[in-house]
Design a protein around this ligand. Structure first.
Ligand code: PLP
Length: 419
């Protein structure tokens, strides 16, 4: 049996020891939901106060340009955040744009990708993807008169043929935490002449994604999970530089114009990635994200990945040791490192009740439905602020919930609006 001392020793030896101090976490809570909404980094609240009081309150509209005191320059925010994000994606900052939600970004990149392959009329997507990816793909194929093809997640490239314009996949599955081999899948789809897009919502900030080495075409991702940008923070789009000069995204607003303040009648797309912009950037949300990314200063992707794997390994080992097979808990996350993101999920007939009973004990995870099959309890391990000792304490609490049958409490028969 793994002891608490062993967990504490793992924390002392961790490359990210002490990073938790960069976050403002409530006492008495073990937070295992950073795969859904990241924690609040220290310093964000002060930066927000500055942006509100100084840049908006005092600078007023002048803050769109750089202010003499070094503040403002709201128009440059997307590019400034892109510079901090790019190393986590293995790309150049000049190829990243931020500003819309993930859903809207998916719409823009899917249309743009289809337009880059005019002779091909199929968009391929996996049925287990996050619902919004499927809904947007349906909307895009309907709008453009294309065909939507669902692939087998076990072999997505099998559905890609000479008629496929785009293969769009989610790198880490939101339910199970299973991960595709980004480079291998990209190369195989390219052999069939298709473009490849990756949804990196559950990857960025915890899992290495080297888009440049993999030679991918498009990537999108949210910034409110492992990047801690705050609820509803803006998503990013990355477009391979080779596609940018021909890129025609569908929401051709004035901020993506080559010269927005020329106020001309004709839309002339800006050069490079700037043409992905549509309307006025969400300044407050971008400034929050900018401040939140301070938490990644000096942190390497290798350290993030090593710590994440150590945490998820420990959680799986403890579930095996302390629950065995009798508790009805079925781990659905792959045990192989190269197939696992930064979360561990298990299936259980009362998974919702288990998650709620754990929350009542101060251990926060979440629940996702899975059609006709028993639902899934998800636990995210954000390597910057989750410690090995938290993992051990969380499993102790889980054992307590199951032994006391707390998950069967009738109040859990009705689900909250957000699960
Ligand atoms: C894989 C994936 N794509 C997209 C989204 C959500 O998109 P949006 O930011 O538009 O809500 C999520 C949200 O959890 C997600 O997990």
């Amino acid at each position: 049996m793994t002891s608490r001392d062993e967990a504490l020793a793992l924390d002392r030896g961790s490359a990210l020891a002490g990073m938790r101090g960069r976050f403002d976490l409530p006492p008495g809570v073990i937070y295992l939901d950073g795969n859904s909404l990241g924690a609040l980094p220290v310093g964000v609240a002060d930066r927000m106060a500055e942006v509100l009081h100084d840049e908006w309150g005092r600078g007023l509209i002048r803050s769109w340009n750089a202010l003499p005191d070094g503040g403002g320059d709201w128009m440059g925010l997307s590019a400034r955040v892109a510079r901090r994000l790019a190393p986590l994606l293995g790309v150049a900052a000049a190829d990243v744009h931020l500003g819309d939600s993930t859903s809207v970004t998916l719409f823009k990149t899917m249309v743009a990708a289809a337009r880059l392959r005019p002779g091909r009329r199929v968009l391929v997507i996996e049925p287990s993807t996050f619902p919004t990816d499927g809904y947007i793909a349906e909307g895009v194929t309907d709008l453009l008169g294309l065909e939507l093809r669902w692939c087998d997640p076990a072999d997505p490239v099998a559905a890609v043929d000479e008629d496929t314009a785009l293969l769009s996949l989610t790198h880490v599955d939101f339910r199970t935490g299973a991960m595709f081999d980004l480079a291998t899948v990209t190369a195989a789809a390219h052999e069939r002449g298709a473009l490849v897009q990756w949804d990196l919502c559950h990857s960025t900030g915890a899992v290495p994604v080297d888009l440049t080495t993999a030679d991918a075409d498009f990537a999108v991702g949210c910034t409110y999970k492992y990047l801690n940008g705050g609820p509803g923070s803006p998503a990013f789009a990355w477009v391979a530089p080779r596609h940018q000069s021909d890129l025609r995204q569908p929401i051709t607003g004035w901020i993506g114009h080559a010269t927005p303040f020329a106020m001309s009648r004709e839309h002339v797309p800006a050069a490079g990635i700037a043409r992905m912009a549509s309307g006025t950037p969400p300044v407050l949300a971008l400034a929050t994200l900018d401040a939140a990314l301070d938490a990644f200063e000096g942190v390497t992707i290798a350290a993030l990945r090593a710590t994440s794997l150590s945490l998820t390994d420990l959680f799986i080992r403890l579930l095996d040791e302390r629950l065995g097979t009798g508790a009805g808990v079925e781990i659905v996350t792959p045990r192989e490192h190269d197939r696992r993101g930064s979360q561990v999920s298990f299936r259980h007939p009362q998974a919702y009740g288990i998650v709620q009973a754990l929350i009542a004990r101060g251990v926060i995870g979440d629940f996702r439905d899975d059609g006709d099959r028993p639902g899934i309890a998800r636990f995210g391990f954000a390597p910057l602020y989750v410690r090995h000792v938290d993992v051990l304490d969380a499993v102790d609490q889980l054992v307590g919930v199951l032994e006391g049958e707390e998950h069967l409490d009738p109040s859990y028969a009705t689900r909250n609006r957000v699960t």
